[in-house]
Design a protein around this ligand. Structure first.
Ligand code: HEC
Length: 198
């Protein structure tokens, strides 16, 4: 009950603190939060257009997701950060297998507090997925991946390794769901004629 009230409040607060700026928005478009305006300076015109067309709610969601990850990468791309996240996941697995609660908790917290890649998340998504419908799943992805990692850390802190281990599949379910939606097949060769079956 409390949660349903808190979400719009937090959203309103993050929008207010980011300082909505209407100045550069085209006629009739939703105002653009300040941080997104900054990120958009390095976007291509096509990506910029897609982002400008997002609803105020969705823009607020993106701002909130970025605000939840205060560390910013200078040059690191999303793909590189994804590989870091995979390393942390593997570190957690190794820790669980060796009954190392501290390693599990630390790696899980690092996984949950990854940096935001250069330019933010959006420019790494396919252009046709940058719309209100597809991006609306992002908070759910964040909750299942990072929320479960934080729960795993808490269970490890409490010394409950079986419970900690049980969150591994929740985390990976989130990785897989997001990849199904936003990532193509990794490493497809432009030098192959045969279309891939997927
Ligand atoms: C918000 C959606 C999202 C979530 C959640 C997510 N990923 Fe990703 N991931 C992506 C996208 C998009 C790419 C493609 C990035 C690119 O190529 O620019 C990617 C790429 C990757 C890659 C690089 C492979 C390749 O060559 O494309 C790895 C490794 C990876 N993710 C691991 C993970 C793991 C492990 C998790 C869960 C702990 C995870 N990801 C969660 C969206 C996500």
């Amino acid at each position: 009950m409390k949660k349903t009230l808190l979400i719009p409040l937090a959203l309103a607060a993050s929008l207010a603190s980011s300082g909505l700026m209407a100045a550069d928005a085209p006629q009739g478009a939703a105002p653009m939060p300040a941080e997104m305006q900054n990120m958009m300076k390095v976007f291509t015109p096509e990506m910029r257009q897609k982002v400008m067309a997002l609803s105020p709610e969705l823009k607020g969601t993106i701002v909130k997701l970025h605000a939840g990850h205060p560390r910013r990468a200078k040059e690191t791309t999303l793909r590189q950060i994804m590989h870091e996240i995979l390393s942390e996941y593997q570190s957690i697995a190794s820790a669980l297998a060796t009954d190392n609660a501290e390693q599990a908790a630390e790696a899980a917290r690092r996984l949950a507090s990854h940096r935001i890649p250069k330019g933010g998340l959006l420019p790494y998504f396919p252009l046709d997925k940058v719309n209100n419908n597809d991006l609306a799943v992002l908070p759910a992805m964040n909750t299942i991946v990072e929320g479960s990692a934080l729960k795993l850390a808490e269970a490890a802190d409490a010394g409950d390794m079986p419970k900690a281990a049980s969150y591994m599949s929740d985390i990976m379910t989130g990785c897989v769901a997001c990849h199904q939606k936003f990532r193509g097949v990794p490493g497809v060769s432009a030098n192959l004629m045969t279309p891939l079956s997927k």
